[in-house]
Design a protein around this ligand. Structure first.
Ligand code: DAH
Length: 359
């Protein structure tokens, strides 16, 4: 069936005629006006696409027509829609056939042009920094370890010398996993530190290891708080390991990250799994006099660390009389933000390609 604009026009006129026997109202007036736009067109102007548009108008306002006319109006509008649909399908097919025919004649084909490049993804900034740090540490003989993201209460808290009443265990801070009554309690690990104890149980000292990975906190979210973020734990256990070794390793780490020597300072910090514990600050790598990154202080709080607590060594089956160690917990997400000047932590795992494409 070929598309016949005159026949479509006749259908439109019949619909208008049915409308004429309806009581006059704002609705009938509006409908008539909308339909008039199409009846005003000449045959050639009433294309299938416009006919499709016109057919939708009465179908969407059936109750305006007198009851006895509704069946007929519906049938006419449907006939109009069918004629338009069929014509559009034919147009599409013809355009496709034409394009294909042109392609087959080789028109517009240039064999000397390079082929279109496949689009390529890129590594997530967290992956980039993680890999760099892994390269740095493995080049110094450290091992890379992994641990479960759903962790037992024992490894996440108890084995790390965190007391049963420590506020970190609160459901306000920690995602507890529902477990059967009486079964061992599970958490989404709140830090990478539990892998310290897992490492001690698996490896024989002396050893050195880093543990990059995801951690989870029940946080109120804002530009610097996210429920899921990344840390990188470090652990060294050996003979006569001292704070001097800790400082040396941290300076090497910072040199690896920022590409030059960075001044550091240690402040006392309390973490139940280290004694003594420190907050290590790095001299702001972005300014000399203070900037927004270092909050005008010229120091950036970067690396909590300390000497492994004897109770933790014992929990890992290591004799604290024979062995000592140090540990650190690098805020990997924070470091990635510093490195790429990312101002909102929620961008990192938000999955927005407009963000990801920038790396
Ligand atoms: N696990 C601590 C946290 O998430 C960070 C930390 C502090 C790790 C001191 C350490 C450490 O290894 O020695 O807040």
């Amino acid at each position: 069936m070929t598309y016949d604009a005159q026949a479509v026009r006749a259908l439109l006129d019949e619909i208008l005629a049915a409308l004429a026997s309806a009581p006059e109202s704002d609705e009938t007036r509006a409908l008539r006006e909308r339909l008039a736009r199409f009846t005003a067109l000449s045959g050639a102007e009433l294309t299938p696409a416009l006919a499709l548009e016109a057919s939708a108008i009465p179908l969407g306002a059936m109750r305006v027509f007198p009851k006895e006319a509704r069946g007929q109006v519906g049938a006419k509008a449907n006939a109009m829609k069918q004629a338009a649909d069929a014509a559009l399908a034919q147009e599409k097919e013809a355009a496709l056939a034409l394009a294909l025919a042109e392609e087959r004649t080789g028109k517009g084909f240039d064999a000397t042009l390079p082929p279109p490049l496949p689009s390529r993804g890129s590594l997530h900034p967290i992956t980039q920094v993680t890999r760099e740090l892994e390269d740095l540490f493995t080049s110094m003989g450290w091992t890379i370890l992994d641990g479960p993201e759903v962790e037992t209460e024992h490894f996440n808290f108890d084995a790390l010398n965190i007391s049963p009443d420590h506020p970190a265990r609160d459901t306000m801070d920690t995602f507890w996993v529902k477990t059967a009554p009486g079964a061992e309690r599970l958490v989404m690990r709140t830090h990478t530190s539990p892998v310290q104890v897992r490492a001690m149980k698996r490896l024989t000292p002396p050893f050195r290891a880093i543990v990059p990975g995801k951690v989870f906190r029940n946080e109120a979210l804002d530009a610097s708080h996210e429920h899921t973020f990344h840390q990188m734990e470090g652990l060294v256990v050996g003979k006569d390991i001292s704070v001097g070794h800790l400082i040396g390793a941290m300076k090497t780490l910072l040199r690896g990250i920022f590409g030059r020597d960075i001044e550091i300072r240690l402040r006392p910090g309390y973490f139940p799994f280290v004694e003594p514990g420190f907050e290590l600050d790095a001299r702001c790598p972005f300014c000399k006099e203070g900037c927004s990154v270092c909050k005008r202080s010229t120091w950036i709080e970067l690396l909590p660390c300390g000497m492994v607590h004897p109770n933790v060594l014992r929990a890992g089956g290591i004799d604290p009389e024979q062995w000592t160690g140090f540990a650190f917990g690098l805020g990997l997400s924070r470091l990635v933000m510093l490195r790429f000047s990312i101002d909102d932590i929620r961008h990192l795992l938000g999955g927005d390609v407009r963000f990801l494409e920038q790396f």
